[in-house]
Design a binder for this molecule. Sequence first.
Ligand code: MN
Length: 493
Amino acid sequence: MKKPPVYTFWLVTGSQGLYGEETLAQVDRDSRVIAEHLDGDASIPGRVVFKPVVKSSDEIQAVCEAASLDPLCAGVITWMHTFSPSKMWIAGLRMLTKPLLQLNTQFNREIPWDSIDMDFMNLTQSAHGDREHGFILTRLRKNRPVVVGYWQDETTKRRIGAWARAAIGLAEGKKLKIARFGDNMREVAVTEGDKVEAQIRLGWQVNGYSLGELADAVQAVSEADIEVQMRAYAAAYDQATGQPDAIRYQARIEVALERFLAAGGFAGFTTTFENLAGLEQLPGLAVQDLMAKGYGFGAEGDWKMAALLAVMKKVSAGLDGGTSFMEDYTYHLEQGNERVLGAHMLEVCPSIADGRPRIEVHPLGIGGKADPARLVFSGRTGPAILVSLIDMGNRFRLIVNDVLAEKPLRAMPKLPIAGVMWKPLPDLMRASEAWMQAGGAHHSIMSYALTIEHMRTLAQMLDFELVHIHAGTDVDELAEKLMLQDLVWKLKG
Ligand code: MN
């Protein structure tokens, strides 16, 4: 699939004319050093670009306009080395269309006790310059992270990196295209939603295509193309089946699907087992392998999950972990040892597999088609997040639950799925109660690579309502918060 471009993040340092040439030249030099340091740090994706210090309303407008028009600029970092009166910033900030991060750092880590004088104080005043800047950003209702800390500190850079990743998700979302094969699973509510509103707010373009078109593409795949795909399967997965033809059919589907997606510039797709006209198997292995290549996917027509997975894969590019379509399937309610077994009929991404997945062929009780080939594996262990996205009618709500993935308590020899067992935080009962009070879906995206920090920033940029269920969640307090948030979103209109 098409790689995202290398995005840039502009470090814009504010000042004013009254300090004189010498001080302003020093501000420029210091700012360049910080930009180069951030640019060289692996925790920040893309490139951090130094911009000359801005000292007037005209210069601020010019840099904000340029950032807004540059398709590769994904965000602007503002920092006030000195004092920069904020009325100068109003016009520029009002026209800025890119995400903004307010960095409150200082070129010197420590006060130079023996040499500090008034010149140093005048040069080094982010402590109050950034407060003036913070006021105008808040006065203009600019949602942004405020990152406070020394610019070489890991925490500071990690936070800038999380914001930059979310900004890439926003930029990629603005051109995101999702193909739906078949419509929604009949009568299902949570997978529906307002596609026009999603396109207005997020840029996500979601359109339907007939199964006939896909079936024709599947038929058109040559034996030679299937061979190439079979070799790729053999390189990545073990084959534990005596039915190679079933695998070859999934290879055929995958080649056809990938051609279709590439030709149309799609970043993700949906299928539904209720509409498989012209296909012999429910796409299983094919979908799993496409997710591993970075495509978003949602089952049963779930376009919100397909789009969110596509975005989250771009946000997490290069990070350890893995990110997949997921579904809460079955509970284990042994007292004190409660767990969720998550899986889907077939479509879980091998990026979250613990070890090398196996290709197996088994009957599927649903869908009425031939036995599909699928990847079978157990998910990796460790902290992860589950993310749901629902349409509340007047806004989208993003629900994030911190979970701890663990090895299944026992072997499940008769269950040939790609599955993960997890303990939701604070525990299964409270997490599930909170999740359902918030309206969270059965479908979700599970990520071991991303955290609430990425999702909170992304929610802020995409204007999603955010509900976070975590180790400290109190269900009664959350219910009150949901009620108040409902009111807030009504007022926002
Ligand atoms: Mn499902």
